[in-house]
Design a protein around this ligand. Structure first.
Ligand code: HEM
Length: 388
């Protein structure tokens, strides 16, 4: 044990001792490796010191020295053709391959490692802090603001808020979204949380089940998203009333009851967020479900460049398209989860009487007057006309 400690100490001291002297020693050392990479090059790179790579670029081999192995290595022999390798690496040469498919002729693509690191650090961090943060904020809000109650208590009379087909559409959307969120998060955090706690085999089983559920339930989400859009878009067109509602904090902050039609400004924000982000998460999800068949980032970047004058990469390899689709899918999905957690809070424990709208479809008349006064007036006028 002691020997191991002493050994590690010596390695650490040697590393520190060797690395700073990299610049002076590497050229000399490289001569001894026949011009190839040295230990100093590796150590320097690990310390973030820039290494002059010209020794690799210019080290194209010596046909005479390579003579003895030429036959074994085929046509190139011992000569390194750096231009061909660079061409392959950046997909700039015309390659013929015997298998087919959109990505088959990409032999080298090194974006995978930065995709992997972004997923394991930034994306997991954003998901963890974002979802954890909104839960803590809502619990704090509940204990400071308390439940929003019906002023003067419920009237005992009810009015129909949502028909059964509207509630069916909402619950298909909500149910599928919750299953997609749960399975998506299991896939995202499996390696970091499930493997250390339950082991590799359990994580493999959970991940296999999760991806199966995720890929199949996605169709229910997309179908109900279209249904929700068609059913409610007419009630969600922004108007001047929404601005007044927002200026009064929607009655959530303070005790005002700003006027609203069927949907108030806060609900319109949730509606458009659901539609726009739901469409974006669906399209990026489809491009993951059908690999290399739906590249969309290069074209999107070209459009953004044309409009804003930015210099986003307008030419992308099939693999880069997939990496971007995956990161985008995760970012949009997590943003949606954060917003929907707040929506679920208001629609359930946060506000007395709200859940009934999506439960039985009948809400208390007094609740409706306090939150959607203009809608109640419209409904009463319609009922009055029908009764005549
Ligand atoms: C357990 C979870 C959920 C509960 C308890 C819930 C509750 C509600 C309630 C009560 C309403 C009607 C509010 C009103 O009377 O105007 C509503 C509307 C709505 N819900 Fe949900 N919901 C849930 C999940 C979801 C999910 C996951 C989504 C989308 C992915 C969603 C999207 C919507 C939209 C777009 C509306 C219309 C706009 C609005 O009222 O905010 N809901 N929800």
């Amino acid at each position: 044990m002691k020997i191991q400690v002493i050994g590690s100490f010596l390695v650490a001291v040697l590393t520190l001792a060797i690395a700073p002297s990299y610049a002076e020693q590497s050229d000399g050392q490289r001569a001894s490796t026949g011009g190839a990479q040295t230990l100093q090059d590796v150590l320097a790179r690990q310390k973030g010191i820039e290494v002059d790579e010209s020794f690799r670029r210019e080290n194209l081999g010596d046909p005479d020295k390579a003579q003895s192995i030429n036959n074994m290595l085929g046509t190139q022999g011992g000569i390194s053709n750096a231009d061909v390798y660079r061409g392959i690496r950046y997909s700039e040469v015309d390659i013929k391959v015997s298998n087919s498919g959109p990505a088959a002729d990409v032999l080298v693509q090194d974006g995978g490692i930065s995709w992997l690191i972004t997923r394991a650090t930034s994306i997991r961090g954003y998901a963890g802090y974002g979802i954890g943060g909104i839960l803590v904020a809502l619990i704090a809000f509940y204990f400071t603001r308390g439940r929003m109650t019906i002023e003067g208590g419920p009237s005992g009379q009810t009015i129909e808020r949502f028909k059964s087909f509207e509630r069916f559409g909402h619950w298909c959307l909500a149910g599928s979204f919750i299953m997609l969120s749960a399975t998506g998060l299991l896939l995202l955090f499996g390696r970091a949380i499930l493997i250390p706690v339950f082991g590799h085999e359990a994580n493999a089983a959970i991940a296999t089940f999760s991806i199966w559920v995720h890929n199949n339930i996605a169709w229910v989400f997309m179908g109900s998203l279209v249904a929700i859009f068609l059913m409610w878009v007419a009630h969600n067109i922004p108007n001047k009333l929404d601005w007044d509602w927002l200026k009064q904090g929607g009655g959530i902050i303070g005790n005002a009851h700003p006027s609203a039609q069927k949907f108030n400004a806060g609900q319109k924000i949730i509606f458009w967020m659901t539609i726009i982000m739901g469409a974006s998460v669906s399209v990026s999800g489809l491009s993951l479900l059908f690999p290399f068949q739906m590249p969309m980032f290069a074209e999107t970047f070209a459009l953004i460049n044309a409009v804003t004058g930015s210099a986003l990469p307008a030419e992308l390899l099939p693999h880069e398209e997939m990496q971007l689709s995956h990161l985008w899918h995760a970012i949009v999905a997590i943003t949606m989860i954060i917003a929907i957690v707040a929506h679920i809070y208001i629609g359930s424990v946060g506000m007395e009487g709200a859940f009934d709208a999506m439960g039985s479809g009948q809400v208390d008349l007094e609740w409706a007057r306090q939150h959607h006064d203009l809608w109640v007036e419209e409904e009463e006028a319609k009922a009055g006309q029908a009764g005549r």
